[in-house]
Design a binder for this molecule. Structure first.
Ligand code: ADP
Length: 302
């Protein structure tokens, strides 16, 4: 890809620029300031996050990517209120986050549905804090189930569903609670490539139709670009925001855009940030000499 003549990932068409101008004028829903997290371990303290700062605007879709161990899971667990920060602050719609709450919906990789409840009952569970009567809760649950296209499966149990369908129910259940933000931690990581690609498009379709802000963790470069308005690229040791990329790809998105120059330019930039040349050299520099029989030439010697 290095030889392709691509536009700069910073170049934006008029439409894309106008979209970002509009987005930046919207309210800030999530504000993360000087966030840090240090774990005590048997080998001494581990600084998982240090000086992390960013803001997410209403109805924005932000993806978070970075090498393994850069603190992605720690960050989302702090945002979810499942882990406390060592330093700094998280504000959601102006309120400090320190415990889990219904203002955050969560969809994680492992299926978190209750296996003993039907699809409808699982989604109704998401409505439990809203003081609705049974009939109203059931009607509303069905609306969310329809939104994720599973109305024919309302009365079946999770075991009877495919992985993709289970995650659609998890999304419906999270959204039913009407959170301000949806926190997604590699939600499609366990799915096969084709289902994953379908789920990405489903999610974008749902997001387009409702007032929801999304923070989505992934380690898949294409997924990070395809879904996002902006991508937070984290660095490891300590975990911090290395760069924020405004994705120059217009919306609505479709898989056909994967081969367009603006997609490829963002892909190239992410590649540079996530796989800098030194790490590639390390990988390529493996000492394989003992696997080569003496007298045999390797490709590198040609
Ligand atoms: P990622 O999700 O990006 O792979 P994590 O948030 O899981 O990264 O971890 C960031 C760093 O914090 C890693 O070095 C990891 O070993 C460390 N870490 C995470 N959780 C704990 C914990 N409970 N105790 C000690 N160290 C931890």
């Amino acid at each position: 890809m290095a030889n392709l003549k691509l536009p700069s990932y910073l170049a934006q068409s008029e439409t894309v620029k106008a979209r970002f101008d509009d987005l930046k004028r919207r309210d800030v829903i999530l504000e993360v300031s000087e966030l840090g997290k240090t774990f005590e371990s048997v080998n001494g303290p581990v600084t998982a996050l240090k000086g992390v700062n960013f803001r997410v605007h209403r109805r924005e879709f932000v993806t978070v990517i970075g090498p393994s161990g850069c603190g992605k899971s720690t960050l989302i667990r702090i945002l979810a209120g499942l882990e406390s920060a060592s330093t700094g602050e998280v504000l959601l719609a102006g309120h400090p986050v320190d415990t889990p709450g219904p203002d955050r919906g969560m969809v994680f990789q492992g299926y978190t549905l209750f296996p003993w409840l039907t699809v409808k009952k699982n989604v109704t569970f998401g409505l439990r804090n809203q003081g609705l009567g049974d009939a109203e809760a059931s009607r509303e649950a069905l609306e969310w189930i329809q939104l994720v296209g599973l109305e024919k499966f309302a009365d079946v149990y999770p075991d009877e569903l495919s992985g993709g369908m289970k995650q659609r129910v998890a999304i419906a259940r999270a959204l039913a609670a009407k959170p301000r933000i949806l926190l997604m931690d590699e939600p499609f990581g366990a799915l096969d490539a084709q289902t994953r690609s379908k789920m990405q498009s489903y999610l974008l379709e749902i997001w387009r139709h409702i007032d929801i802000t999304v923070l989505f963790i992934t380690h898949d470069l294409d997924e990070a670009i395809y879904l996002a308005d902006r991508i937070l690229v984290l660095d490891a040791n300590p975990g911090r925001v290395n760069e924020v990329i405004e994705v120059p790809v217009p919306r609505p998105r479709s898989p056909a855009q994967f081969l367009q120059p603006e997609f490829l330019s963002a892909r190239q930039r992410l590649d540079e940030l996530i796989h800098p040349p030194s790490t590639t050299e390390e990988a390529v520099g493996l000492d394989l000499s003992r696997f080569v029989r003496s007298g045999e030439k390797t490709d590198a010697q040609d």
